[in-house]
Design a protein around this ligand. Structure first.
Ligand code: FAD
Ligand code: PHB
Length: 445
């Protein structure tokens, strides 16, 4: 058995785990990241696309924004479409210049894995039988199998960043968790198509046959979604049937419609709103989808994961630098305030734009009135805009050890050099009372 000593054991190498690992690294805090899937699987998984202004600022301030800078598509507005007409909402004008950026989650994950590898801190892929124990003690333990070897990571804290189906949330006794849950009677069929996007901005469509969404990944890749029954087998949908339905739902009276191209990926995702509270149990902290999920209509999931780990990074930094637990103690409450606002917004976007199977003519008219009001009232558009680009951050970036105000440049020279020197010399971080033994796995670089 290999025994590994670290400060923070991180379960999951999705956006939450990788962002947290890098934020901790920038603050000289050691971590071990353990992921049960392969590196290729994690990078190839097609999911989110919309980054809030605050998430973009965070990635730049962390020095991992060069891919985003090169390939991210800044959108100053979006369209809401109903009754065959598109209505533009000018996000930037309504929010004093804020915008969203379309940049695939898989690209974010790829950039963060590269950054992690450069730090030479451990990241294990294809870990088997991952488990966490002794969560209520000051020495929680993370165990897993890797290449036939049993590994035990002795930690000060464990971050459960292992998504909705992970093992960390179920490791918390049921009696201390309150679960809030809503399952929707529909899912999204998503496709990626080799087609030039026919709009520069996203189009959210309400149609009597169901919701549809036009998005993109690059100047040559269109990303589209259709509302379908939640358990719809993807095999029911030939490419021709998908395009036919996309055209019926999305085409507008002015002749706009998506361009057609070869479909290179398709899948069905069920939709759910879910919160588990509190997000902390003893020395285990849940972050991202491990603690909460939102229906993707509001484009909030990845952004919430980023916000959680920023709050957690500040708390861990304060613990190691100032020996204070105040921010660790308030972690769950601070995160949940934002989570519930995102839940409300995502539920509202979903229920306003989707067709519910039991909807009656009253519901149809109410939805149309909601959208009519939204697209004709500046106050209503401003409310959508401020939530869509992201409510103000819970934690100033500098409180998590990042450059003030964010920057499109990598971290400023002095700090970067200091961190890099520490890594180059393989020097353990000097924290009183915390031994710091990092085991490197050459296979993972
Ligand atoms: P995950 O991405 O789920 O990562 C968890 C990681 O933990 C995974 O790599 C998993 O393999 C690993 N893991 C699981 N179990 C274990 C285990 N036992 N041991 C070790 N590792 C484990 N969000 C947005 O903000 N904007 C959008 O535009 C958007 N669009 C979306 C569209 C779709 C179709 C979907 C499905 C989601 C969308 N989301 C969006 C949501 C977003 O993808 C998620 O909220 C985000 O992935 C959460 O990140 P995470 O790191 O918390 O969890
Ligand atoms: C996407 O581009 O994948 C996307 C965009 C907006 C959403 C959800 C997903 O609300």
């Amino acid at each position: 058995m290999s025994i590994i000593r670290t400060q923070v054991g991180i379960v999951g190498a999705g956006p939450a785990g990788l962002l947290l690992g890098h934020l901790l690294h920038l603050n000289g805090i050691d971590s071990v990241i353990v992921e049960n899937r392969s590196r290729e699987y994690v990078i190839d998984r097609v999911r989110a696309g919309v980054l809030e202004q605050g998430t973009v600022d965070l990635l730049h301030a962390m020095g991992v924004g060069s891919g985003l800078q090169r390939a991210g598509l800044r959108h100053d507005g979006l369209y809401i479409s109903f009754d065959g007409q598109r209505h533009r909402i000018d996000l930037a004008e309504l929010t004093g210049g804020k915008a969203i950026t379309v940049y695939g989650q898989n690209e974010v994950v790829r950039d963060l894995i590269e950054a992690r590898v450069q730090t030479q801190r451990p990241l294990y892929f294809e870990a088997g039988r991952v488990s966490v124990t002794a969560l209520e003690s000051t020495t929680p333990t993370l165990r897993f199998e890797h290449n036939g070897d049993e590994c035990e990571v002795r930690c000060d804290f464990i971050a459960g960043c292992d998504g909705f189906h992970g093992i960390c949330r179920p490791a918390i006794p049921e009696s201390v968790l309150t679960v809030y849950d809503r399952v929707y009677p529909f899912g999204w069929l998503g496709i990626l198509a080799e087609a030039t996007p026919s709009s520069d901005e996203l189009v959210y469509t309400r149609h009597e046959r169901g919701f549809a969404l036009f998005s993109m990944r690059s100047p040559s890749l269109t990303r589209l979604y259709l509302q379908v029954p939640p358990d719809e087998p993807i095999a029911n949908w030939s490419d021709e049937a998908i395009w036919r339905e996309m055209m019926v739902r999305m085409s507008t009276r002015d002749g706009w419609r998506p361009n057609v191209g070869r479909i290179i990926q398709k899948s069905v995702t069920p939709m759910r709103s879910f919160v588990a509270a509190p997000m902390r149990h003893g020395h285990l902290f849940l972050a991202g989808d491990a603690a909460h999920i939102v229906p993707p209509t509001g484009a909030k999931g990845l952004n919430l994961a980023a916000s959680d780990v920023l709050v957690l990074a500040r708390a861990l930094k304060a613990f190691y630098e100032d020996h204070t637990t105040a921010y660790l103690d308030s972690y769950s409450d601070v995160c949940l305030r934002r989570v519930w606002k995102a839940q409300r917004f995502s539920w509202w976007m979903t229920s306003t734009l989707h067709r519910f199977p039991d909807a009656n003519p009253f519901d149809d008219q109410r939805q149309i009135a909601d959208l009519d009001y939204l697209t004709s009232s500046r106050a209503a558009m401003a409310s959508l805009a401020e939530q869509y680009v992201g409510l103000p951050a819970e934690v100033p970036l500098e409180d998590a050890g990042l450059p003030i105000g964010g920057s499109s440049e990598p971290l400023a020279g002095r700090r970067r050099d200091a961190v890099q020197a520490q890594v180059d010399d393989h020097l353990p971080v000097d924290v009183p009372g915390v031994a710091n033994h990092v085991v490197h796995d050459p296979d993972l670089r």
